[in-house]
Every structure is written in structure tokens, then in C-alpha cells.
Design a protein around this ligand. Sequence first.
Ligand code: SF4
Length: 295
Amino acid sequence: MSPHFDKATLVDAVLELIRKTSTQLPRDVIAAMEKGIANEEEGSPAKSVLSFMLKNAIEAETNSTPICQDTGTNIYFITIPVGVSMRMVEDAIIEATKLATKKTYLRPNSVDPVTGVNTGDNTGIMAPFIHFEEGDRPELKIDLALKGGGCENVSDQYKLPDTRLKAGRNLEGVYKCIVDAIHNAQGLGCAPGVVGIGIGGDRASGMIQAKKQLFRKLTDINPNPELAELESKLYTDLNTLGIGPMGFGGNTTVLSVKIGTVHRLPASFFVSISYMCWADRRHSMVMDEKGVRYD
Ligand code: SF4
């Protein structure tokens, strides 16, 4: 194993990644919030709610305190180089998670669903959630998102065809599901949100793909032209629903829509929706022979 992938260095690096993710809104999310503020009417509740959110986020960054009291589910997507132990990386993440909880970058958020007991350190069965893939490059890349419970509660999954929505097994049917989900949320889950969508797969892989979409930059363009068009149409149409920030009305219901796909069985057509709140906390780190870099 290369010396720059030793566990102690990794624990420190992941601890900083957690601190950064909990306390700093990514620059593209700040830009999307500023665009939302500019699009709202002077004196409207939407403009003041968005401005308050942004002020809160900037203060959190300045003071290195969590952007929201709910520091959410810790979701890791990791690209690991050949020859580095997954168990070592997982152990380092668990250690960093416990330290981050002690330092109050994370709220104790991991509850046993049977006993109701909180472990007190954000660890537990599948907590934090860690997804590994092996990469081609001699670097360890760790993407982390902190996903609040409120926005997870309004995430949803549809099965096409859907007779209630008159939605068939095509992109038009997918469109109807997304509009229905955002309409049902009515600002709950702390709008404006980022909508990650997974089309296809089974119930689990479709939702993982939906969550993966939340790591894309808000300004990127989907390489699939049909999906790029659907993302753009949904962004425009969802922002004309009039729901607005926290459901107070206005032109800013979503900050972005991102769509990925998974091959499906002929018998199933799922549309999985992972809704992320305005506190869209995600950052990445890369560790290689040059050291650690954060994004
Ligand atoms: S949904 Fe997001 S912004 Fe709302 S309380 Fe939860 S973490 Fe905070």
C-alpha cells in the first residue's frame, strides 16, 4: 500500500471533508440561490426567505458551524485505486465520523429502528452509508453528501405505468412523476431543492442512481441530449408551480434537476426521486501522492 494512503492521514482528511461539507455550501449552490433571489419580486416572502437561507449559510461557513441543525445521513461514494483496502478506508471513515460528532460538525443522528436508541456517534448498521467503486487512477476519491431527514421524507419512488397520473413507460411518463412528487411536497423538505432522479433499475439501484445525481455540479449538462432536454424542461416547469422557497410561493421551487438511468428488467419501470433540500451539502476530496485536495 502506498504511504500516502495510510489510515491516520485518511482519518484527518475525512474529518476535514466532513467539517467542510457540514459547514460550507458548495459555490454552485450559492450561485443558484443568488439566481433565485434575483428572480423573486422585491419585498416578497420568497425573496426574504431565500436571502435568510443564504445569510445563514454564509454565517455557518464563517463560524465553521453546521448549516442546518439536522446534519443528515452521511452518504459516501468512493472511487478506490487498485490495491487499497476497502476495510481500511471504511474504518478511517467510521473513526472520522465519531470524531466529527464529538467536534459537533455532526449531530448524533443514528437511531436503532427497533430499540429507538441513538448510538450517539453517527455510526450503526449501514451508517454512514458507503458505496465503493474501483477506479483506474492512482488516487482515492471520496464524495460526501449530508442529506437531511426532511428532504429524504419527501423523496419518492414511482412504478410505471401509473394509471392515476396517466403516465406510461416513457420520458413523458417520467416527467409526470417528477411534477407529481414536487407538487405533493408543497415546499416540505425545505425547498428550493435539487432533484436527483434515477430512471429504471430495481427499487434499490434506481434510488442509488438518483442519489448519485446529487453529486453533479448544478450547472453541468447531461451528456445524453434527451435527458438534458428533460432536465431543462423540468427545471423551468417546476419553477412555475408557484410553490417557492419553503412553500411560501414564488419562482424558486427547485435549484436544479439531474437525471441518470439504470438498465431495467422488461417487467419493471421505476422512477426514483431523491430530493435534496436547499442545504445541499456535498463536497469531494482526492488523495494521491501529491497530498489531499478538496472541492
Ligand atoms: S430538510 Fe434540509 S434544510 Fe430542512 S431541516 Fe432537514 S437538513 Fe435542514
